[in-house]
Design a binder for this molecule. Structure first.
Ligand code: TRP
Ligand code: SF4
Length: 401
């Protein structure tokens, strides 16, 4: 077995300034992952076009600004690969090829399809491109053979569709014309007895779905020195009955991201006007927190409050240490202090959190060329991987004529 790091892939649409909700809900996690795995993060500008095809200037404004926000959060181009989707047309090629065998119903049933159409009523989303959104996302993921996709709960159905698309592809195209002969040759390498045992546990697995026989057999196959990586992959497909796994089924990585709500307690979103940008200036942060609504039952300073009915408390849960939290839980119901007093440690904590972000962003704000260079070299690295996969994919389908 190789010690290669598992691969992670994720993307974000450049449709607005990133805010502290993005930082706590996603970016903090991306930064952590770059230490442990081989991470690819990209700007999903084509996905942004599915909803903003009439307002592409929004996208243009935000592509590089978003990358600066990523760098501000601590993504390090030495540790992860940052790139731009539209610069790698191979994504579109895989999307087209996957589209051939994807039933319409799979896409119509993805819950975000109807949800988003309802939510974004001001936009005409009865387009072919918008219906295909999750399949384009599947191509983004599969082209890098990613194992893990860190996304929010709302994207879980897209990763599930990706798994189905990979399974279907492997089923349709993972069997070479001489598949059976190749399997027989590999089994021969293993020796008669092992081959027999493998046949037996394969039968059991396909009849009963017994995970233990799968794990046992794969442990044996993967550890076998005589077999090439391709043979191991093919044997795995033969065992499962799917054919060779040309594309890898990814898994959603749903970390319990600390969820930071908006200033009013609803989901933080620029369009709701309840967001604090990652690089918002200090005076504005202070003003926004001071104006945050609090427990509506607390009209006068002498009225007791209830933190559970107050959005400020949600912020304390993320930003404050145990001692400050205890001070709020204890003092608020006793009306021991006013709401502005309660908010001050939050203002301090947010400003403190922003310090290193602003410092990391500064060189890129001063010299935007640096950002373009990072994206340039990331795009080259990513494209190399994407091209390799497309080579496999074309061969598997039989398009090498
Ligand atoms: N749909 C994702 C979002 O809105 C963005 C995205 C596009 C993505 N392609 C992806 C995320 C591939 C993960 C993997 O947040
Ligand atoms: Fe909210 Fe703090 Fe005011 Fe209580 S004291 S209502 S927790 S802001």
């Amino acid at each position: 077995m190789t010690a290669a790091k598992q691969r992670v892939l994720s993307g974000m649409r450049p449709t607005g300034q990133l805010h502290l909700g993005h930082y706590h809900g996603a970016l903090k996690n991306w930064v952590r992952l770059q230490e442990e795995m081989e991470c690819f993060y990209f700007v999903a500008d084509w996905h942004a076009l599915t909803t903003h095809y009439e307002h592409r200037e929004v996208i243009e404004q935000n592509v590089y600004e978003m990358v600066i926000d990523w760098l501000a959060a601590g993504l390090d181009p030495e540790k992860c690969t940052l790139f731009l989707q539209s610069r790698i047309p191979e994504h579109a090629e895989l999307f087209t090829l996957l589209a051939m065998g994807t039933p319409l119903g799979w896409l119509e049933r993805v819950p975000t399809y109807k949800d988003q159409q309802e939510k974004l009523k001001d936009k005409d989303l009865s387009t072919y491109g918008f219906l295909g959104y999750p399949l384009l996302q599947a191509a983004d993921i599969l082209i890098y053979k990613a194992h893990w996709v860190p996304v929010g709960e709302d994207q879980a159905s897209h990763v599930e569709l990706t798994r189905e698309a990979a399974r279907r592809f492997n089923h349709l195209y993972g069997r070479e014309a001489n598949f059976e002969a190749l399997i027989a040759a590999s089994l021969e390498k293993l020796g008669k007895d092992s081959a027999k045992r493998l046949e037996k546990s394969r039968k059991k697995f396909q009849e009963t779905g017994d995970e233990a026989s799968f794990d046992g057999a794969m442990g044996f196959v993967l550890g076998h020195a005589e077999l090439s990586a391709e043979e191991k992959e093919r044997l795995q497909g033969w065992f499962k009955g799917t054919g060779r796994a040309v594309l890898v089924e990814p898994q959603a990585l749903l970390t319990e991201a600390s969820r930071l709500p908006g200033l009013d307690g609803a989901k933080m979103s620029k369009s709701y006007g309840n967001a604090i940008a990652m690089r918002e200036d200090a005076a504005s942060v202070e003003q926004k927190v001071k104006r945050m609504p609090t427990d509506p039952a607390r009209v006068k300073v002498s009225d007791p409050g209830n933190p559970d009915a107050c959005p400020v408390w949600q912020f304390h849960k993320i930003y404050s240490d145990a001692e400050t939290c205890a001070w709020v839980r204890d003092g608020c119901p006793k009306a021991a202090f006013g709401c502005l007093t309660c908010k001050q440690p939050l203002i301090d904590a947010i400003l403190k959190e922003q310090q290193p972000m602003l410092a990391r962003a500064q060189p890129f704000v001063d010299n935007p060329k640096l950002v373009r260079e990072i994206i340039e070299s990331g795009t080259q690295k990513a494209q190399k991987v994407a091209r390799e996969t497309m080579g496999d994919v074309r061969t598997a389908i039989g398009l090498n004529y």
